[in-house]
Every structure is written in structure tokens, then in C-alpha cells.
Design a binder for this molecule. Structure first.
Ligand SMILES: Nc1nc2c(ncn2[C@@H]2O[C@H](COP(=O)(O)OP(=O)(O)OP(=O)(O)O)[C@@H](O)[C@H]2O)c(=O)[nH]1
Ligand SMILES: [Mg+2]
Ligand SMILES: [Zn+2]
Length: 295
């Protein structure tokens, strides 16, 4: 029996990078189908060898987390990419993405790409907001290979997944970080015209021993209605030290008196932009759930 990580899954075959550093082509034991689970990329699995290249997966280890889009388990970190221009930063979408990531207990680092197009100095403005929130934020230029080393320093020993809107440069940066796989990059509209997309199947690419990267296609919206209104505050990581310090236990940090979070917004510890993002998204979740769950 060997243990390893599923790095690729295609049509019922799972490619497992084992602790002996070899890669094995495995099938999953039939019982998984009955239990309605199947291995996904990122899973730690136990498998039995059937010959020196093939095996059968007999056990999927308990998952630390599980992302639906892309289908990846045990993600340690998200590299959240947005760009200074083409497309311009959408901070609402960025916050929604960060909420999803926090909700899944995944670390995030931010990457503002296309620094060559940042004529208005947007990076400085945005850096101020997100470093205050406790995020590391790196300014990069994917086409000129600037800031890529800085990203690289933050990857060691982790499974990191790229995330962010379409066209911001995720695949360009992914390609700069490794030379095993060349992802398709290019103008969003041209890609659509050619009818091609970035990979549909998530794949773990080992850029150095035990360090994995996953490129993912971009998206344009994020649904948050599965989050309960009273849970949202925990997905704003700069709120966390103050939750429980408000006068009322049930405080949602809106108009309640004796609210510690609002006090921290007023004294500048928590940024006004992030707080407004919280109130906007909270309102939206409440409205959506009223229609959907009848809350
Ligand atoms: N000016 C400039 N262009 C860049 C930079 N990085 C990437 N691009 C360009 O932006 C376009 C989109 O880049 P991609 O890497 O395909 O973007 P993506 O985020 O992978 O997009 P999806 O796969 O659709 O989600 C390409 O034409 C890149 O050449 C950069 O730092 N500066
Ligand atoms: Mg891409
Ligand atoms: Zn409060």
C-alpha cells in the first residue's frame, strides 16, 4: 500500500503522485461509487499497486476543505489575482471572492497584476485597504516577469489555487512560475471566438517537491446566498478580533449601540471600504435568502 496525492483525474483514471515520488495511474475502488464520493484533485489517498505503474485507490483521507469550482480538495492557499486595467479592479467581486475563501478556511494572498498599465497608482490605494485587512498583496507584471519571485516565495509546501476574474493574467503568471505546462493565455474575447477555454479539468502542477499550483478559469459572479447573515462577519478577517466584544452578542455591526466593530471603523483600524462592502453584501444576502430560504 502506498499513499499519495491525486494530481490529475481524467475519465475515471486518477494520477497519483506517491510518497515514493513516482506517479501511478489508478482506478477508484467500486465502493466509492456506492458511497457517492469519488476522488478529486488534491485528495490524499491510499492505494494498492496492481503492477509497477498502476493501482487501485482504496481510501480517500478526510478532506481539509473542498472547492466546487474548480473541483479541488485540501487547498492551502488561494492566489487571488486582479488587474489594474483591462479589466479594472472590481473590489466588490474581490471581496466576494475573499469571503468564499475565508469561509473555506483557505489562506489568501492577493496579486494586483498589469502594473505596467497602472497609470493612476491604483495599487497604492488598494494595497492600503487590503494590507489593513491582513492580506499580503503583491504588485506584478505577468508579461514582464515582475513580482513573480515574490509570489514564488509564498508557495513552498502548499497547494495553491489561482482565482480571479477572466483576463486578469492568472495563466500568464502560472506560466511564469513553472515550465511543465503552458496554459493558454490571451484576450478574453479572442478566446471566446476560438471556442477555447482554459482547462476544464483542474490539475495539480508540482513546481517543486511538495509545492503544487492549480490554474483555473476566470469567473464573473459569485453566489453567496449559502452564507448565513450572522456568519458573514467571520469571513471578514479584520473583524475577527472584535467579534464578541460588542454590547450585544447578536450584533451584526450595523446600527446597534456599543458596537466594537463600528468603533474600529471610526478610529480607522478597519477600513471604511471593507466595512461598506460588508454592509452591502450582508443586505444582499438577507434579501436573497428571504426569497430563497424564506428567512
Ligand atoms: N499589459 C499587461 N498584460 C498582461 C499582463 N499579464 C497578462 N497580460 C495579458 O492579459 C491577457 C489575459 O491574460 P491571461 O493570462 O490569459 O488571463 P487569465 O486570468 O488566465 O484569463 P482566464 O483564463 O480567461 O480566466 C493576455 O493577453 C495577457 O498577455 C501584464 O502584466 N500586463
Ligand atoms: Mg487563464
Ligand atoms: Zn458589533
Amino acid at each position: 500500500m502506498l499513499e499519495g496525492v491525486v494530481i490529475r483525474g481524467i475519465a475515471g483514471f486518477y494520477y497519483v503522485k506517491a510518497e515514493d515520488l513516482n506517479e501511478y495511474e489508478c482506478k477508484a475502488r467500486g465502493i466509492f461509487r456506492k458511497e457517492k464520493i469519488s476522488p478529486v484533485v488534491g485528495d490524499r489517498v491510499i492505494f494498492e499497486l496492481t503492477d509497477n505503474k498502476h493501482g487501485i485507490i482504496t481510501e480517500i483521507k478526510q478532506r481539509k476543505n473542498f472547492l466546487i469550482r474548480p473541483n479541488v480538495a485540501n487547498v492551502d492557499q488561494a492566489i487571488v489575482v486582479f488587474s489594474s486595467k483591462n479589466p479594472s479592479p472590481n473590489l466588490n467581486l474581490l471581496d466576494r471572492l475573499l469571503i468564499t475563501i475565508e469561509h473555506n478556511n483557505i489562506e489568501a494572498i492577493l496579486c494586483m497584476n498589469k502594473s505596467d498599465l497602472d497609470e493612476e497608482g491604483l495599487y497604492n490605494k488598494i494595497q492600503l485597504i487590503y494590507s489593513k485587512a491582513g492580506y499580503k498583496i503583491i504588485n506584478t507584471c505577468g508579461v514582464n516577469n515582475i513580482g513573480i519571485d515574490e509570489i514564488n516565495k509564498n508557495l513552498t509546501g502548499k497547494i495553491s489555487v489561482f482565482a480571479g476574474p477572466s483576463g486578469v493574467g492568472k495563466s500568464t503568471i502560472f506560466n511564469q512560475l513553472q515550465d511543465k505546462i503552458k496554459m493558454e493565455t490571451g484576450d478574453v474575447s479572442l478566446k471566446a471566438n476560438r471556442g477555447k477555454h482554459t482547462t476544464r479539468h483542474a490539475e495539480l502542477v508540482e513546481i517543486k517537491s511538495g509545492t503544487y499550483l492549480v490554474d483555473t478559469p476566470g469567473f464573473s459572479s459569485i453566489d453567496l446566498k449559502y452564507i448565513k447573515p450572522e456568519e458573514l462577519q467571520f469571513d471578514f478577517k479584520e473583524f475577527k478580533p472584535y467579534i464578541g466584544m460588542c454590547k450585544f452578542n447578536s450584533c451584526l455591526h450595523l446600527k446597534e449601540i456599543g458596537c466594537k466593530v463600528k468603533e474600529k471603523v471610526n478610529d480607522g483600524t478597519i477600513s471604511k471600504e471593507r466595512y461598506e462592502s460588508y454592509t452591502d453584501i450582508l443586505k444582499e444576502i438577507k434579501d436573497l435568502r428571504r426569497g430563497y430560504y424564506g428567512d
